[in-house]
Design a protein around this ligand. Sequence first.
Ligand code: COA
Ligand code: AMP
Length: 633
Amino acid sequence: MGYAEVYNRSVNDPEGFWGEAAEGIDWYKPYDKVLDDSKAPFYHWFAGGELNTCYNAVDRHVESGRGKQAAIIYDSPVTQNKQTITYAQLQQQVSLFAGGLARLGVEKGDRVIIYMPMIPEALVAMLACARLGAIHSVVFGGFSSNELATRINDAKPKALVAASCGIEPNRVVPYKPLLDKAFEMAEHKPDHCVVLQRPQGPGEMTAGRDLEWNESIDGVEPHPCVPVKATDPLYILYTSGTTGKPKGVVRDNGGHAVALNWSMKNIYGMEPGEVFWAASDVGWVVGHSYIVYAPLLYGCTTVVYEGKPVGTPDPGAFWRVIQEHEVSVMFTAPTAFRAIKKEDSKAEHLKRYDMSKFRALFLAGERCDPDTLGWAQEILERPVIDHWWQTETGWPIAANFLGIEQFPIRPGTAGKPVPGYNVQILDDHGAPIPAGQMGRIMIKLPLPPACLPTLWQNDQRFQEAYLSAQPGYYLTGDSGYLDEEGFLYVMGRIDDTINVAGHRLSTGAMEEVLASHPAVAECAVIGVQDTLKGSLPMGLVVIKSGVEQDEESLRKELVAQVRDQIGPVAAFKLVAVVKRLPKTRSGKILRAIMRKIADNEPFQPPATIDDPAILDEIRENLTGIGYAEGKKG
Ligand code: COA
Ligand code: AMP
């Protein structure tokens, strides 16, 4: 069957389509219904079914003879470590750690926050939660104590699992003090914290609350898999919304296992036993889905890479890993390739490696500029596939399909809608937009399996944020168009989030931090173009009248404040002190216009602008710091 047939079947007969895909998963109890639509717009996949995601990702492979196959290959240039963990070893480690968590009182439905870098123990902790039916919530290491505390308060975990430190190429990042500060700040106090002490930066333990990883498993019995409902949550993953309060995206067990397992063959063209590498981080959705769950559900080997595309030690790092671990398919963000291109534009390092096992590169996380895609394709001489997805969906919405039908690569498009996603381009009133014209990208309900059923304990916010723009549709928050042949072009966000190095960040959250500085009267944060990271946040601030503070010291304080309250991952380093901000007569700040000025792009001031002269002031200011007319290239 070609793409058109597979896709049409998925939207015309979703129950038949996903019922068949569900045969790839082992169930303790068969589901009553493939799709339960009785509570629409809340849809539930595989209602009545029972399974265990960890069993499907680990134990069943041991039982079917894959025990000696590598499940995880850990490759850490920052610690000079490498380690291979077979499926049998993984089963042992996970069942023991699950036993340890159970001894601490963690049970089905309890939450566990995991704050760990790219080490195998992060996967062990996630799978151990899944084994118990506990709900994990992984927090990316580049977030600050404040962000961690916000997530602790929302998820109300019974326990935390952390590493004592993360390792960035230029420094050791002590996680333990960040964790202790988050404990202090949070109103909810988890009972226990299991700490993996790393020799590069051990942390101080708090008696009575903290215990070391080894201590937590000392003398425990391996814990069996606990059956959970298909509709029970597997994890919560927080993602930036338009305010400072992140959204807790919920992922269920059944739909997630079915869709991810299906995706490995049909989208990525993988076979069980092959090596898949997602160069991301377990703290992001790409890491959850394609470092941990999908490769393991499908019986592949996954690579856990603790390093960067450049600097660890050179821009040949990716090719080395591909050669050494015989990677078949790799997945990363375009920004990683821009970083490599910047340091090795002729790909000299690539010549040193044997890439014969490598079949394809998938890119996602941000819009892939045609230059980067073209360059990657030229040097790799393999398909380079841009595909589009979000934390909320958990797997691609648009892609190219190595296991169904591979379309010729066209730079600029993220491919065609993935089977199960009824993608439509609608205008602001809900009317369909003809091919070739930009509009809001919406998905007709129901969303396919694995997509978020709701936000953690907040059905109302889920409905308001995603379902209220157009009844019967999910609002992706992205704008774009479909061409005559059905290829989708994803052009940008329609909300106040920006994409920095493949990470979605909230400008609203950064504005909240800037506004809390005593010298700031008002402020705006916009995303300006950046050749490496795609975009970077820039703060425009107005100093309160009567406040005497020199601009340089204010800039430093604001940069430090965002780093402290959101984290280094925000990459907030640009601040322009301006006299006034441009607004409409009704007081709305004109962020899109300021973005165009900063990027030195043409624009039409809106008729409703209060005082057009402010735009010239802003242009002058931004030119002074190397943006607007001062922009190079
Ligand atoms: N723990 C602590 N700090 C972290 C961190 C972690 N896990 N990850 C990143 N940081 C820090 C970085 O050290 C950096 O700090 P700095 O301001 O002191 O330099 C800051 O957060 C910003 O990080 P990042 O935006 O990732 O920039 P970078 O310069 O470290 O690396 C790239 C740039 C392009 C090499 C890197 O972003 C990359 O490899 N991205 C592609 C893969 C990816 O992550 N994709 C995600 C979605 S698929
Ligand atoms: P996140 O949930 O952090 O992974 O961010 C998801 C957002 O990143 C999407 O809504 C898009 O705005 C953007 N994005 C991800 N992949 C792509 C892509 N292939 N093309 C364009 N934008 C993308």
